[in-house]
Design a protein. Structure first.
Length: 512
């Protein structure tokens, strides 16, 4: 399927921009802020500025700035966590350039937490051999960073922010991108003519039954890029965070118990109070995420229980209230006082290492199409992302994409746009989208999660391919349709990629 819009979809307005950025998380905002002031940029966001995975990010941003740390050590931890599959050139760019971007955030008034000497505070998370994670608002790094950046964006005359605007399709001509089709307010379609599109739409959590990602994370950017012919890479590598807050009445939108809680001394224990990560990895509870998530799942399988616990009760209540204000409050609202009670946790979908294949300047295989942040695959994360490298990746590669656009914009002859009337007609009627969405989520959670089998993946591919074929036959231009279609398309790509990797590595684990 080339376009999700229907043959008779009415485009009500046409605008022009030099750059369109889809997504208003950290990658989108930081890319926009690094564009030349003479480039007219439109940021489209499916919801408001406070609805994104970046906004929810708790732990922090990793960078080798602390005394005794070096980019080389950060690189080593990144590559080890990535199970050796990281692209070394890209990861080297990440660790070398990251410290300057953190310095830039400080200049942009991001209120990082400071120690008693007024210096940046550093914490540790899984897979790091050094304390190198800076944080803000205790456990609200994403929210604090985005508040500061969105304030600046709102003052930039060259940047227009358009909320409630969903990327529907990327339009391409013979020589590359010529525009995007956006649905505004699930009501009207607009066409933005542009030769530079940056996909910064974040992750795909909604293809699973339970996720830390927000409801908008339906893989819209990745699916639109696939329809336009963009190459994906490493899409089989899906990260399950070891410690989502377990709730008996879960609705699938999971709250995270940041890895920083373990970084500050929290222990993982079973219902008997026994630590079970000791002996499984030299870093025990602070092993890379895929190892800890599997450690918990195997413990639960052996015990027959449905959750384990993080125990941080050795710390004082006053420390916990300051260091983890959000976690403290949310847990308390669930009747858990983290200073006294063990926190019930289980692994939950959190991140995708793979995505739209890019080079170190955010370029995809389609001229004019860029990607950064979780939607992109720069190669830095390999088979498993090192904790708190995601916000760093948004910064470094978002900035680099902007710099590339700054230096290349207007240097090639204008592209000729295609005639959209050639979209083939589709005959199918509207479907019960929540039902189809649930079927895909159930299938992906059962067969394409943290523990997989070849047989399960084959079954999943069969089910999801059928769902996708059905959806591709439907003529409907509602958002509910688009999201279900996108979920199915990305789920199929993940399952296919997983089947194409016959060996266990990193987050792709075949449980024989
Ligand atoms: C966390 O706070 O544990 C999440 C940080 C991340 O995903 O890197």
């Amino acid at each position: 399927m080339r376009y999700a819009i229907c043959r008779d979809t009415k485009i009500e307005n046409t605008f022009e921009a030099d750059v369109v950025i889809a997504g208003a998380g950290l990658a989108g905002l930081y890319t926009a802020l690094n564009l030349d002031e003479n480039l007219r940029c439109v940021i489209i966001a499916k919801d408001n500025i406070d609805i994104s995975s970046s906004w929810l990010a708790q732990g922090g941003i990793a960078a080798a700035i602390n005394e005794g740390d070096t980019p080389e050590l950060h690189l080593e931890d990144t590559v080890v966590a990535g199970a050796g599959l990281s692209d070394i050139d890209a990861a080297t760019v990440l660790v070398n350039e990251g410290p300057d971007d953190i310095g830039n955030l400080v200049k942009l008034n991001v209120p990082f937490d400071l120690d008693e000497f007024g210096e940046l505070q550093f914490t540790r998370e899984g897979g790091h051999n050094k304390n190198r994670v800076v944080h803000a608002g205790g456990d609200a790094t994403g929210r604090e960073t985005l508040k500061a950046l969105s304030h600046i964006v709102s003052k930039c005359k060259n940047i227009t922010f358009s909320g409630q605007s969903c990327l529907y399709d990327i339009v391409t001509g013979e020589s590359g991108v010529t525009g995007v089709i956006v649905k505004y307010n699930d009501r009207k379609f607009v066409y933005i003519k542009t030769e530079n599109v940056v996909i910064a739409t974040g992750g795909i959590g909604q293809i699973y039954k339970s996720t830390t990602n927000p409801s908008i994370a339906t893989g819209d950017g990745i699916a639109a890029a696939m329809r336009a012919g963009a190459k994906l890479r490493n899409i089989e590598f899906v990260q399950f965070h070891p410690t989502g807050l377990w709730r008996a009445d879960s609705d699938g939108n999971e709250f995270l118990i940041s890895e920083a809680v373990r970084g500050e001394g929290g222990l993982l224990v079973n219902s008997k109070g026994e630590r079970f990560m000791v002996g499984q990895h030299e870093l025990a509870e602070l092993a890379p995420r895929d190892i800890v998530a599997r450690g918990i799942l195997k413990e639960l399988r052996d015990s027959g229980e449905d959750h384990a616990f993080v125990d941080i009760s050795a710390k004082s209540e006053s420390f916990l209230k300051t260091r983890f204000p959000t976690i403290y409050k949310v847990c308390l609202s669930q009747g858990i006082n983290i200073a006294k009670d063990k926190i019930p946790v289980c692994p939950v979908q959190h991140y995708m290492m793979g995505g739209i294949e890019t080079d170190i300047d955010g370029r995809t295989n389609i001229p004019g199409l860029f990607a950064c942040g979780e939607a992109a695959n720069t190669g830095v994360h390999g088979a498993n992302r090192l904790a708190s490298n995601s916000m760093l990746e948004c910064l470094v590669f978002g900035r680099r994409a902007a710099q590339f656009i700054n230096s290349s914009h207007g240097k090639s002859p204008p592209r000729t746009a295609p005639v959209l009337e050639n979209i083939p007609p589709r005959q199918g009627a509207q479907l019960d989208y929540p039902k189809h969405r649930e079927k895909i989520q159930e299938t992906m959670s059962a067969h394409c999660g943290a523990l997989r089998t070849t047989q399960g993946l084959k079954l999943a591919l069969e089910i999801i391919s059928e769902e996708l074929s059905l959806l591709e036959s439907v003529s409907d231009d509602s958002l509910a349709y688009l999201e279900t279609l996108n979920i199915a398309a990305v789920a199929k790509a993940i399952t296919e990629a997983a089947l194409n990797r016959p060996e266990s590595i990193g987050s792709h684990y075949l449980d024989r």
